[in-house]
Design a protein around this ligand. Structure first.
Ligand code: AMP
Ligand code: ZN
Length: 469
């Protein structure tokens, strides 16, 4: 029985989907004005693991992630770079797909873009205006927070307390400091769309309410995002959707802890970030996923080179077995089939994941499994291929398909002789470059091989290599 912590009820609850045949899952996606950082990647990867585990359990999952392609930050960047906002967002949408592919994040069922859902957003705002939950002041439409009596139910904030800290900017016309924009009147030089309130563009919060409703319905199962989105973004989404549709919006709210750097949230605005694509130059996708999996998804986690290196090292143990399994399956030997309780490992893996996605325990089960398989086969001369097939099935279903920390299709040594010879040649040239103190060239050979997925390892005995990021 899967249990998960629901931010809305502040309790660990049993997961029961509304439609037993299909789980409907929405995750707030990126604002596409830059490369995403490794903090964003934590949220995307943890959502991916949750989605993959639901699929492991046999659920069909409709997984929707929005792309915010109209926003102040995109407009700012387009003005700085003197090009259309659309060109900025298209570039970073492409970069987003490249990066999530490298991170082994499964594609969503749909990636709705804000600019392609103007009609739905305008419709929702109209409904809110008609029902008196929103008001128009000179082309700007605001949500009237006081009208929604349950405001604060997700974040646990109450409106009186919020009111104390809030204030209205001199250039804002809204009635109350807590009210937020549903429709923003167009300013000179900004992209705009026509609406019943004049030319303008939607606010960020209404994007997610309108797009989730369009793709998943008025009430759906899981809505996820990073902790920073609980307030105001998700609180506002609830206010909009429940007022417009007069139905509960979401059954389970899932929030991911921050990736911190020196105990501070990694974020673009603080400038203390590493892009995911830069981190991927140094660590494999599997190591990055392992680093995240080894921490509880709701808690904070400090970005740490030591932990990433440790994750990479830990993976070697698993990958050594993966290599062995691959080569044994190729050999196709018949022989002894050792006694091995595969079922007990499946059970332990499921118990860990059913316990509010305890991925670090799930990783521990994988390590135990690897250790126990190695122990069982060590004294045997001839192991039957069927045993290795079972080992492969277990690791594929758990470590590869759910956690994404293993890839059976990656080989760690070159398969053909020419590849191996060419790599050896480059290693010799690099050694010569080093001896000639041409470090620029020697580093360049190492880095460019790494980009191709060939990792050089220097030791006292010389340089060896591994294929596979
Ligand atoms: P953004 O592009 O800033 O809207 O963020 C995309 C996703 O990344 C959202 O779900 C955020 O909550 C999440 N996020 C942003 N910063 C971090 C961080 N430091 N750690 C974990 N998740 C984050
Ligand atoms: Zn959202």
């Amino acid at each position: 029985m899967l249990k998960l912590y629901n931010t809305l009820t502040k309790k660990v609850e049993e997961f029961i989907p509304i439609d037993p045949n299909e789980v409907k899952f929405y995750v707030c996606g990126p604002t596409v004005y830059d490369y995403f950082h490794i903090g964003n990647a934590r949220s995307f990867i943890m959502a991916d693991m949750v989605r993959r585990y639901l699929e492991y359990k046999g659920y069909k999952v409709k997984f929707v992630m929005n792309l915010t392609d109209v926003d102040d930050k995109i407009i700012k960047k387009s003005l700085e770079e003197k090009r259309e906002a659309k060109d900025v967002s298209t570039d970073y949408i492409n970069a987003f797909f490249e990066d999530i592919t490298k991170l082994k994040i499964k594609k969503a069922t749909v990636y709705p873009k804000a600019t392609e859902h103007m009609h739905e957003m305008i419709d929702m705002i109209k409904k809110l205006v008609d029902k008196n939950y929103a008001y128009n002041i000179d082309g700007n439409v605001f949500y009237d927070v006081k009208r929604f009596s349950e405001y604060g139910k997700l974040s646990g904030k109450n409106t009186e307390e919020l009111e104390v800290g809030a204030r209205i900017d001199a250039n804002e016309e809204k009635k109350d400091p807590l009210d937020f924009a549903l429709w923003k009147k167009a300013k000179e030089g900004e992209p705009f769309w026509d609406s019943p309130w004049g030319k303008g563009r939607p606010g960020w919060h209404v994007e997610c309410s309108a797009m989730s409703c369009k793709h998943l319905g008025e009430t759906f199962d899981i809505h996820a995002g990073g902790n920073d989105l609980i307030f105001p973004h998700h609180e506002n989404e609830i206010a909009q959707s429940e007022a417009a549709n007069q139905k509960p919006f979401v059954k389970y709210w899932l929030h991911f802890g921050f990736l911190n750097i020196n105990e501070e949230k990694m974020s673009k605005s603080l400038g203390n970030f590493f892009t995911a694509r830069d981190v991927l130059k140094k660590y494999s996708a599997e190591a990055i996923r392992m680093f995240f999996a080894q921490a509880y998804y709701r808690g904070p986690l400090n970005f740490s080179d030591d932990l990433l290196t440790a994750a990479e090292k830990g993976l070697e143990k698993i990958n050594n077995l993966v290599d062995k399994v691959n080569s044994e399956i190729k050999k196709n030997n018949s022989g002894i089939k050792p006694e091995f309780e595969f079922n007990s490992y499946y059970k332990k893996f499921e118990e860990a994941m059913d316990d509010d996605f305890n991925t670090s325990q799930a990783v521990a089960v994988i390590f135990d499994f690897v250790k126990d398989v190695n122990r069982v086969v060590a004294p045997l001369d001839n192991v039957d291929v069927s045993f290795y097939n079972d080992v492969k099935t277990f690791l594929t279903k758990t470590a590869e398909n759910v956690l994404g920390i293993v890839d059976f299709n990656k080989t760690t040594t070159g398969d053909d002789k020419l590849t191996n010879d060419l790599i050896e040649l480059l290693i010799r040239l690099r050694t010569e470059a080093k001896q000639n103190k041409n470090y620029q060239l020697s580093d360049s050979i190492r880095d460019r091989l790494k980009e191709l997925g060939v990792i050089l390892q220097d030791s006292k005995e010389g340089t060896t290599y591994k294929i596979g990021k």
